[in-house]
Design a protein around this ligand. Structure first.
Ligand code: FBP
Length: 250
């Protein structure tokens, strides 16, 4: 089944603006400006992001703003709060069908490989891939190694495992976190085969350090980033977006 992956990419590359931190971390990530989803849609539009990533509630309540902005929408189909310290599990909270009705051209889902519940998430995600691909939606897997079983494992090695899981499960794009060296990342990207790899931004870093990281990420073969806090927590989000995009589309 052909997906509309090209609608989410520009010359094969992409920058997505991630804004699901409200559920994942709570409003502690936000200030007076960026607590407002309209502010995020505005950044995505003016910064010409390839898509914005929302949970279904924001996609519903800000439907008219999203439509007006013309920014493509990716809806996360699962999520969890951090008000719980057990083995990580993120369950589906939105159907593929509903995401499509809300205007999404892609859906996202987080899998915590290494968790006691990792295989349950793989099974749930497997069904999502089939349904989404049947209706032409692009599927993006956030694959994060987490949980007790992997505490002693090397994060840089698990990065390749995460990427491979995304490929084997049928994700079109795999979002992983960058650990280790450029060589480790290049191996992870190779392990992802024909699936594309994007990297998550993480908590806000010093700008110089962050931009150097983006350079390494791109030269290792990633197609771009799905980034949140390093953009919308920045004093000048459009300026930093421009710098990041200058590296992605160099
Ligand atoms: P950031 O660039 O802000 O890190 O966003 C990327 C992301 O994957 C979000 O989609 C998600 O909400 C968050 O990171 C998950 O954070 P955590 O690493 O704490 O689970």
């Amino acid at each position: 089944m052909k997906t509309k992956i090209n609608k989410l990419l520009t010359k094969g590359k992409a920058i997505f603006l991630a804004y699901d931190q409200g559920i994942e971390h709570g409003p502690t990530d936000f200030n007076d400006r960026n607590v407002d989803p309209s502010y995020i849609i505005d950044i995505a539009q003016k910064g010409k992001f390839n898509a914005v990533v929302f949970q279904k509630g924001l996609a519903e309540k800000y439907k008219s703003e999203i439509k007006k902005s013309k920014v493509p929408l990716i809806i996360k189909l699962n999520g969890k709060t951090n008000l719980y310290d057990g083995e990580p599990i993120s369950k589906q909270n939105c159907s593929v069908k509903y995401a499509k009705e809300l205007g999404a051209i892609g859906v996202g889902y987080t899998i915590y490989i290494g968790s006691k519940y990792g295989n349950d998430m793989l099974a749930e995600f497997g069904k999502i891939v089939e349904e989404a691909h049947r209706t032409g939606l692009v599927v993006i897997a956030w694959v994060y190694p987490r949980g007790k079983a992997i505490e002693k494992r090397k994060k840089e090695e698990l990065m390749a495992y995460a990427a491979r899981v995304g490929l084997e499960e049928g994700a079109d794009i795999i979002k992983i976190q960058y650990y280790g060296t450029k060589k480790d990342l290049a191996w992870a990207i190779k392990s992802a085969g024909k699936s594309k790899v994007i990297i998550s931004g993480g908590s806000k870093k010093d700008e110089k350090i962050f931009l150097k990281e983006v350079k390494d990420i791109m030269s290792a073969g990633a197609i771009g980033l799905a980034i949140g806090r390093n953009v919308w927590q920045h004093e000048k989000p459009l300026e930093i977006s421009k710098k990041i995009k200058g590296i992605i589309w160099k």
